[in-house]
Design a protein around this ligand. Structure first.
Ligand code: GLA
Length: 453
């Protein structure tokens, strides 16, 4: 185990014993962040991804409380103490508040227990101290790790018998509590990953298959140092992409329905891909450029008001504002479906040790994320260029984008040169700890609970 993680556990334990000196046994619920090798913005379209857990984590040292109350402190004093009461409907704190991630897990498990284990109700809360080594807003899923770590604390406190795959699905839905329309990749990667492997995750039904990393292959993670603000602009841009994909489903159904009537039951772009073998031609037939909702409605022969209600509604019940520049449906569909194809190709390349091919798919993925999905930014494009020039076989943004990290594949032999070159060419003027922004990815195992020492 890395000494950085040992230090994290020790600080969380100290924090817990200090804040709650009268508490009983202390355990640690830990959940890793993840890096996604390829398959960006495919999960909420029901299409596969290829992430792995990393050796950066959220850890919560906790003692069980004998009531429904949860009290959470944090090693990092920027995150102030939070208390709340568990129930099946927990009022969120203000948007962006870190306590909402614990609330999301608590509410979801309460509802799960009501259906599957009513004797466990009322659930017991916990008193704990959280800390983490995943930089927030870096595209490495610090928020999902917080949800997952909280869930493991609740599960341990109440002895809930929920399986890992079921939990992954439950927490993917649970995290929508914070207002993002996310897919299920982050939670599944944090819960189901296996050391030394990446995970090919398919959705509906959730299935995770470990793909061992070839001996000679490793991944490097590099932070662009542009923080993607999950509670603000990045959230809006993300939700807009989700809506554009929904509009794409409607339009592609309109195009393909005569030849492939099965497409009529499609809900997600993944369903369209499965039922329309000529999906590439169907995408070519979509109109180019920006579309108003009225244009989309007319194309599909639907009423604009119905289209708004069916496609623009977010999980919290609010309606997405139409983006000033209109919806980009064709480009978004093209990214998502070609990206799904790249995931399968990359997984095969990896299991057959074809590293150069894997690198090419990663490069193509970045280009598609940048030009068709428009989730990159200047700094990420520059960073990806630096990584490629310094020996990466492939490099791309990872996670939602709009800032955050890039991931590069490299041979073991080339790793040192890559790290040195990237440090020189991208982080020249950075005077912090370089390992906090540029580091080797250690493909790690999924979340769990360990005994506090
Ligand atoms: C965020 C979401 C994930 C996924 C990625 C993009 O990390 O939480 O579900 O959609 O963005 O691939």
């Amino acid at each position: 185990m890395s000494s950085v993680l040992d230090q994290l556990y020790a600080s969380a334990l100290d924090g817990c014993r200090c804040a709650f000196p009268d508490g009983g046994d202390v355990r640690i619920a830990r959940a890793p962040g993840r890096v996604n090798v390829i398959g960006e913005h495919t999960d909420y379209n029901g299409l596969p991804v290829l992430p792995t857990a990393i050796d950066r984590e959220i850890a919560i040292a906790f003692t069980v409380s004998e009531s429904v109350e949860v009290t959470l402190t944090n090693i990092d004093s920027r995150f102030t103490k939070k208390s709340f009461v568990l129930s099946d409907t927990i009022e969120p704190f203000d948007r962006g508040d870190w306590g909402n991630y614990a609330k999301a897990a608590g509410q979801a498990l309460w509802r799960w227990a009501a259906e599957n284990s009513p004797k466990s109700l009322p659930l017991k809360g916990f008193r704990g101290c959280a800390g983490g080594t995943i930089p927030p807003g870096s595209g490495l899923s610090s928020s999902s790790a917080m949800v997952v770590a909280s869930a493991f604390a609740f599960i341990a406190a109440n002895d809930l018998g929920i399986g890992r795959e079921e939990l992954a699905g439950l927490l993917a839905r649970a995290e929508r509590y914070v207002g993002t329309e996310g897919g299920g990749m982050d939670q599944a990667a944090s819960i189901l990953s296996k050391p030394g492997c990446v995970l090919r995750i398919d959705f509906r039904p959730l299935k995770a298959q470990p793909v061992p990393l070839p001996d000679d292959c490793m991944f490097v993670i590099a932070n662009s140092m542009v923080e993607a603000n999950k509670a603000g602009q990045a959230r809006l841009a993300y939700n807009t992409r989700v809506v554009e994909c929904r509009l794409g489903v409607r339009m592609l159904k309109t195009i393909a329905r005569d030849d492939y009537p099965e497409v009529d039951s499609a809900v997600l772009l993944g369903d369209v891909m499965r039922t329309v073998p000529t999906w590439r031609a169907a995408i070519d037939d979509l109109p180019d450029g920006a579309l108003d909702l009225a244009d989309v409605a007319e194309f599909c022969g639907e009423k604009e008001s119905e289209m708004r209600e069916n496609c623009l509604k977010l999980r919290d019940g609010s309606l997405l504002d139409e983006p000033a520049g209109g919806f980009q449906v064709k480009k978004r569909c093209r990214h998502v479906l070609t990206e799904a194809e790249r995931v399968s190709l990359a997984a095969s390349a990896m299991s057959e040790g074809r590293l150069a091919d894997l690198g090419c798919y990663m490069n193509d993925s970045h280009e598609s994320c940048a030009s068709d999905y428009e989730v990159s930014c200047e700094e990420l494009d520059r960073l990806v260029g630096v990584l490629r020039r310094n020996g990466a076989l492939g490099a791309r943004l990872t996670g939602a984008g709009f800032g955050g990290c890039a991931v590069a594949s490299v041979t073991r032999q080339g790793a040192e040169e890559l790290l040195k070159g990237a440090q020189r060419d991208y982080y020249g003027s950075f005077n912090g700890d370089i390992e906090s922004v540029l580091f080797e990815c250690v493909a790690s195992g999924g979340a769990g609970v360990i005994i506090g020492r």
